[in-house]
Each structure stands twice: as C-alpha cells, then as structure tokens.
Design a protein around this ligand. Structure first.
Ligand code: ATP
Ligand code: MG
Ligand code: MG
Ligand code: MG
Length: 566
C-alpha cells in the first residue's frame, strides 16, 4: 500500500485527556479516534492490526476444534430473566425497548444466547463435547470508561462456550483452552502470565485470567518467581499462608461496628439510598468522629454521586481526594480498593449476587486486604478471613517468594459448570436416553484491549513498536527524492513489487514530504522494518535497512537484500 492512498492521521501533540501511553500513541499514530465516551472509530491502520490479532485467535481456536458462530449483539431480555442475570448484572447491561415495547439489551457477553442455541440444536450426547466461538462486538456500559480501548464501552471480544456431558470432559477442554490461550498470547508477542482468578459475576468453579504485564494494568497479580504459581491478587491473598502480617490483620477482623453507627446512620451521612448499602465496616484507625471507613455498596454505583464532602473531604469526587485528605477524614490511611480501584476505602459490589471475598481498602502502607467476607445475618460484623499478601512473602505453593506486578487482563477462562445450563434447562439425551443437564465452560479474549496492551509493552519515545505478528505492515519503504529521481523511483517500485509479490505487507511512503517527516511518521506508527532507498545508496549498490528497535541503520548489498529481509 502507498501512503498516498492511506488515511495516515498522525499527530505530534499528545492528547491531554489520554493518561496511559497506549491511549496516547493510538491517538497520535492514527489507530483510533474517539466518538463519544468509551466509543471509538478504528482507522485503517488500526483495523489492519485488529484483523491480525483476530486471525491469530481464529487460527488457534480452529486448531483446537472450536467452531465459529456469530450471535446477535442485540439480545432479548427474556433470556436474561431466565438465567436470573437480568437483575444481577446491573447497569453495565444497556437495556432498551423496541417499537413493540419488547425488552432488549446490548450483549455484554453471550452465555444466555449460546445456551439457548445449544438447547435447541443439540439433542444427543453423541454431538458433544462442542466448543463454539465468535469474534463479536460487545457492549458494557462501564461506569468509568478509560484508557482508550483498554476499557471502552463498545469493544470486540472473542468469546467461546463449550458444552459437555460431564466434568472430566469440561476439564479436558478447559485445559486445551488454557494451552490455546498460551499459544495465542505467545504468537501475539506479548509478555503475559496466566493466573488463577476469582470467578466473579460470571460464576462457576475454576478460572484463570491471562494478564499482560504492564504498570498501567488495573489488576495486581501475584506470582512466585520459582514456580508456576500465579494468581490474581484477590485470590492470591485468599490462598496465602498466614504469616505474621496475617495475624495482625486478624485482630482487625474482630473490630465490630459500634451499634450507634447503624446502616441508617451511614446512609444518612452519605445521602445514599439504604438498599444500596449492604454493610458497613469499621477498621483500625477509625475514630468516633469518623466512623465509616468502608462501605459495601450493592450494585454498580456511581461513586461520583457520593460527594466527598460528606466525608469532610474537599468538595470533589472521592477519587480526586488525596491520600492525605482521606487520612484526615477517616483517621487512617487509604489504600487501593478492589474492583474499581479507587483511592478510597469503599467496597463496591458489582453484582448483588456475589457476596463473598471482597477486596477492601488498605489502612496501612503496603496492605491490601482481600477475602473480606460478610455475614449476611449478623448485620454489624465483618466475619472473618481478611488476609494479605505482600511482596517477599513465601508463595502459597511453598516454592519461591511472592512477586507482585500490575497486569492487564486480556483473557479469562472459566469452568461454569451447570450454572447457565440448569437455569435455561439445557439438556441432551445421555447414553441411557435420559435428559441430562450440560456442563459448560466459557473463554474470553479482549481483542481490542489486546491491541492497547501490546503497545503498553512495546513503545519508545518515538512511538509504537509493533510485535511483528500484529504490525499493520511489516515493512516500510522511505524513498529519498523519488519524485525527482526516476532511478530511485524505478528501484523503489521494483523492490515494492517484489516484496509485495512475496506476500510481505509493504507501506511505501510516496508522499512529497521531507525525509524527517516520513521517518518520524513511520517510527510513530511502529512499522518493524524500515528500508531507505536513495541515489547515494544506489551508487554504492546498497540498500539502507533499520529495524524499529535498532539504534542505527545498516547498509545491505542490493543483491543480498531479499534474503537478508526474509
Ligand atoms: P475487567 O476486569 O477488566 O472489567 P472483565 O473481567 O469484566 O474485565 P470478562 O467478562 O472476563 O471481563 O471478559 C473477557 C475479556 O474481555 C476480558 O478479559 C478483557 O480482556 C475484555 N474486556 C472486558 N471488559 C472490557 C472493556 N470494557 N473494554 C475492553 N475490553 C474488555
Ligand atoms: Mg468488567
Ligand atoms: Mg476482571
Ligand atoms: Mg474477567
């Protein structure tokens, strides 16, 4: 392709509202453009990258005998009522009515739809196991879309759903998907870790997340340097052996909320509707004056609605308050707060159905408590089991020390068991011709998020450095004075045609721009291999080559060039 026919929408300025590097570079390199909050246009360069990611995923899924399907983005609410998630999913599910006043939603995930399809189409155990996948647009009305396509409202996901007669078969496919995911992320050129994970709102029995290691990640993951042990920190802490620190935190769990600070008082205090607050908790450091340091808020609640002034903080939304403000207000140090990662001691329950093992705010440096369990009946007490994992602790598996890094969740696999199949009565006839409820697994990859995550790991001060496998073009040719020199033009076109014929994707910069402008653009958009052709090189029978990661270019004899490049 030639730049003259490509929308090369590069800009020099760093957009002010983009805080993470991938978001900045995706805007600057002309990969994406914002449309509205959490909605993005993908420009031609970006689509090329997306299609590469999809192709790798598709190839590996097909190799694992998964079958591609395509399900509608618009989903009838009846199926969500049937599964019981209509209520539980909360406001991330965007609902609307059609002209006949029927209820629909934009699919944030497709368990209900695939289970409905399978219960209608699959009759016999002989047709199982089966694994269906799609690469499809999802919509989640994220409370706080951020970091560009890393957490957008509309995004592309590869989601797969497997169906089985028994748990052994589910386990087999789960392991096969685990291996497939490892192959996919390896081929994508990412530095990633599979980690044990909490099953969260989707529910189920076993689960792993795949995290790309990057400081901008929203999750903390813990892993052992000397073994395969790795877990999302929420789970890591629940599994951690009780060391001295754990003993210290145990005391904490025993502090009871004074009766006079009832839920009513707290709601009053924060002007919250009562039904949204399930429990309150007082932790070490709380004072009479500032009793409430942690709240469990049911459902996906917009914390911006809760004005910080209610906690005697500066009149800004909570997340804007500094640690010091919070410390002054609540009498203890603030920490990182679990699912929404706000810098305030508030626990947000994303689904009312999920009532265990919360992350709660740290109130001492380096502490990050999880596994906080709430007793539904004893209204005022935090029941037990707050544990905490810190860097350097022995690994729960006994080998090595815990390392803690930030991770971007790019994939997630679950053993769902019969959660959905039971609710939707998805049965098939077994060997004895009896109807039997199916076992189910589900497997997701955030396709659009992968693109951002790849940039988080591959960039320098000049721009993106695409991993080879997902680069929009593998090679760029930057000609010197092509428009003035027929000789340069001839050499450039010959090479362009030869490489293209060999199936290499080449971007030829045929603009009448200064070399500096062309070099800068090609570096910004991150093409791995750069070729420069000019009179001077041709005189010497050489072609200038530079890899995007190289400091300096090198001159390669013309005759050897193709074999050098391939
Ligand atoms: P997160 O914890 O980041 O909110 P999730 O656990 O809600 O993600 P899953 O339900 O596991 O997401 O969906 C499968 C994959 O879809 C995730 O691993 C992630 O890569 C991707 N994904 C989820 N939400 C978004 C989003 N808002 N924007 C882009 N990708 C997303
Ligand atoms: Mg989510
Ligand atoms: Mg998650
Ligand atoms: Mg997940």
């Amino acid at each position: 392709m030639k730049t003259s026919s490509l929308l090369l929408a590069t800009t020099r300025e760093t957009p002010a509202d983009a805080v993470v590097i991938s978001h900045q570079l995706m805007l600057r390199a002309g990969i994406i453009r914002p449309l509205a909050g959490g909605l993005y246009n993908w420009l031609p360069l970006g689509v090329r990258v997306l299609r590469k990611v999809e192709a790798i995923i598709r190839e590996e899924m097909n190799k694992a005998q998964a079958q591609e399907v395509l399900m509608p983005v618009v989903q009838p609410m009846e199926l969500w009522e049937e599964s019981g998630r209509a209520e539980a999913y909360g406001p991330e599910l965007l609902r609307f009515k059609d002209r006949h006043q029927r209820d629909f939603a934009l699919g944030p995930t497709h368990e209900e739809i695939i289970t409905d399809l399978v219960r209608k189409e699959i009759r016999s155990y002989k047709q199982l196991p089966a694994n269906f996948y799609q690469i499809q647009t999802k919509f989640r009305d994220e409370i706080r879309p951020r970091f560009g396509v890393m957490r957008s409202r509309e995004f592309i996901m590869k989601d797969a759903y497997s169906f089985h007669m028994d748990k052994d078969s589910l386990q087999d496919t789960y392991e096969e998907m685990y291996d497939t995911y490892n192959r996919i992320f390896t081929r994508l050129g990412l530095d990633f870790r599979p980690v044990q994970a909490d099953t969260g709102s989707i529910g189920g029995e076993g689960s792993h997340e795949f995290h790309v290691l990057a400081d901008s990640g929203e999750d903390d993951i813990a892993f052992s340097s000397d073994s395969d042990y790795a877990a999302n920190i929420e789970l890591a802490e629940a599994l951690a052996p009780r060391g001295e620190r754990a003993a210290a935190t145990e005391e904490l769990t025993k502090i009871e909320t004074p009766n006079k600070h009832s839920i009513e008082d707290v709601c009053d205090f924060l002007q919250l509707k009562k039904k949204k607050v399930a429990k309150t908790l007082v932790v070490k450091g709380a004072t009479e004056e500032h009793p409430v340091v942690a709240l469990l808020i049911r459902g996906d609640h917009d914390l911006n609605e809760i004005k910080a002034e209610k906690l005697d903080l500066v009149a800004e939304p909570f997340e804007m308050a500094s640690d010091e403000d919070i410390q002054n207000a609540v009498g203890c140090k603030a920490g990182s707060i679990g699912p929404v990662n706000l810098n305030i001691p508030v626990i947000v329950d994303r689904t009312a159905a999920h009532m265990a093992d919360f992350v709660c705010g740290a109130n001492e440096d380096g502490f990050h408590f999880t596994g906080a369990n709430w007793d539904r009946d004893a209204t005022q007490t935090l029941v037990a089991d707050i544990r905490n994992v810190v860097k350097g602790d022995p690994s729960p598996c006994g080998k090595g020390k815990i390392e803690i890094r930030r991770g971007i969740e790019v994939g997630h696999i679950f053993q769902l068991g019969n959660k959905y199949s039971e609710a939707l009565n998805a049965t098939v006839l077994n060997e004895n011709s009896r109807a039997q409820i199916l076992e189910m697994g589900c497997y997701g990859i955030g396709v659009t998020r992968v693109v951002a995550a790849a940039i988080e790991q591959n960039y320098d001060d000049k721009g993106i450095i695409w991993p080879e496998a997902i680069a929009p073009f593998q090679v760029c040719i930057v000609p010197m004075q092509m428009h003035k020199s027929p000789r340069v033009e001839e050499a450039v076109m010959a090479l362009y045609n030869e490489l293209t014929a060999k199936g290499i994707e080449v971007l030829l910069d045929d603009r009448k721009e200064r070399p500096g402008v062309m070099f800068n653009d090609m570096e910004l958009i991150g093409i791995p291999h750069r070729i420069v052709i000019g009179e001077r090189g041709l005189d010497k029978g050489e072609i200038e080559y530079k890899h995007r990661r190289d400091e300096k270019s090198q001159d390669i004899p013309e005759a050897d060039f193709i074999s050098f490049l391939m």
